[in-house]
Design a protein around this ligand. Sequence first.
Ligand code: SF4
Length: 373
Amino acid sequence: MGFYEALEKVSAGEFLNQEEIAVLLSTDDEQENRDLFTAACKVRNKCFSNKVFLYGFVYFSTYCRNKCNFCFYRAVNKSIRYRKSLKEIVDIAVSLKKSGIHLIDLTMGEDPYYLDRGKAGYDELLNIIKQVKKATNLPVMISPGTVSEKLLEKMKDSGAEWYACYQETHNLNLYNKLRPDQPYQKRYNSKLAAKENGLLIEEGLLTGLGENVYDIAASFYKMKELEAQQIRVMTFVPQKGTPMEQFSAHDNKMELKIIAVMRLLFPDRLIPASLDVEGIDGLKKRINAGANVVTSIIPPDSGLAGVSQSTLNIKDGWRTVQGVVPILQECGLAPASVSEYKNWLKNEEHKNAEENCGLRRQNARNRSCVFAS
Ligand code: SF4
């Protein structure tokens, strides 16, 4: 199948097979790329009108027990380490709310302080969610790494709506090279467990790590299987002091094509444009590829870091709502209201609950079949 046949098919609402996805991702033709992005934006605007959601990023602890080979914050790296106090976290969340964001994204490395001290650590972590919720009354996303089902359930009870946990790739060999000592299935299952406990989930990819277009197509199938409500891609930025420091950096072309193809395959999902790869300069391209969320908005005076570009555009104040809105306007878009975001969320939580009911009924049927035999 040729490029335009595949584009027509997916634009008509059909899911593509892996060959067809590969055709769309493989093009280097400028006109084909323009048509891909135009089709993606058309689909986005049909689902979300001209509205974009804005996420405030609170990377509240950069300590981590893991050794992911691509990550600046891997346990053994001499990187920026901090752990913000509860008061600092709440103050930052409140200032983000005042600036006009729709969600507080509470992110940490797998910090032993919270995850390896039993109840005392869990309670502190859960209290952060509760206090941020209480102070802002905004939706909360928690990104704590791989955690137990019990803790996920408590995070939901503490007020979190979202659980973000990225596989980065669904090619098992590549995954094992990127995330040593972190079983693939355990990480994947934590998302399933979160979903079953009523949390919405975000799955994510890194591109530029040596994957091919068939690996990316396979990831889209995994995202479909997970029914993740938010799906993201970021271009890998080689990090100083890591085993992948010398890895050659890629441009953003594949990231933009992935955003567009994700939008076409998953029209009504949330797809972020991250400020964490190219800062404010890269926002327009990502929005014009079909993204409908801006992530990694960070207050300039918060002392917080980003994940992949730890300092880019933070102190100069560009990773703020004020920095982002004029660019959205140039793209013919505007920030949604908080109530529009909350309505979207409510609707998704309702669908999630219905799916979980269906799943439980299915499990019950399977169990009764087993008992019958
Ligand atoms: S990617 Fe996350 S889990 Fe891996 S080392 Fe970095 S902070 Fe830790």
